[in-house]
Ligand binder design. Structure first.
Ligand code: CUA
Length: 164
C-alpha cells in the first residue's frame, strides 16, 4: 500500500503524540500520585463508605450530620451534602496546614465541587460518596463552587472555606 509522504508524517506525528500522552498519564498516576476522587488517597480515612442511598442521605451517617470533624493530630474530615442549590455546611473553618479529607454526596442531581486555584475538582454523583484530600497551606478564603450545570440556581451554588 502506498502512503503519501505527508500522510506518513502525520501518522507518525499522531502515533508519537499518543505515546507522549500515555507516558504523561502513566508518570503522573504512578510516580506523582494523581488519582481519581475516591481513590486510594483517602482509603486510610474512609474505610468502607462508597455508596449511599440518595433518597436517604439526610438520615444516613455520616451525612445526617454534615460538618467538620477532627480525626487526627492535624487531620480533618469535612462531610458535605450538595443539593440544588447549595452545600451543607455552608461555611467551613480550617486551620492552615491541616490535611483535609472532603467526603461529599448529593441528595438530588449531579453537582460539581471545585475549589479554584487548587487541584480539588470532583463530580458529585448522587448515590456515591466522593472523596478528595487537600492541604490548605496558605490562609485565606477559598471558594467552593458547583461547576456542573444542575438547574436554574446553578450559578448561586457556592460556599467558602476559611483557612486561618
Ligand atoms: Cu450544583 Cu451546578
Amino acid at each position: 500500500m502506498h502512503l503519501h509522504k505527508y500522510e506518513r508524517i502525520w501518522l507518525m506525528f499522531g502515533g508519537a503524540s499518543l505515546v507522549v500522552f500515555l507516558a504523561v498519564i502513566g508518570i503522573t498516576a504512578f510516580f506523582m500520585g494523581d488519582q481519581p476522587p475516591s481513590g486510594a488517597f483517602c482509603a486510610p480515612v474512609f474505610a468502607n463508605a462508597d455508596t449511599v442511598d440518595p433518597e436517604k442521605v439526610t438520615e444516613t451517617p455520616p451525612f445526617n450530620e454534615p460538618g467538620i470533624k477532627k480525626v487526627g493530630e492535624n487531620q480533618y474530615v469535612v462531610t458535605m451534602v450538595a443539593y440544588s442549590f447549595g452545600f451543607q455546611p455552608s461555611n467551613i473553618e480550617i486551620p492552615a496546614g491541616a490535611e483535609v479529607y472532603f467526603q461529599v454526596t448529593s441528595k438530588d442531581v449531579v453537582h460539581g465541587f471545585e475549589i479554584p486555584g487548587t487541584n480539588v475538582n470532583m463530580m458529585i454523583t448522587p448515590g456515591y460518596v466522593n472523596t478528595i484530600r487537600y492541604t490548605f497551606d496558605e490562609p485565606g478564603n477559598y471558594l467552593i463552587l458547583c461547576n456542573e450545570y444542575c438547574g436554574v440556581g446553578h450559578q448561586f451554588m457556592s460556599t467558602t472555606v476559611e483557612v486561618k
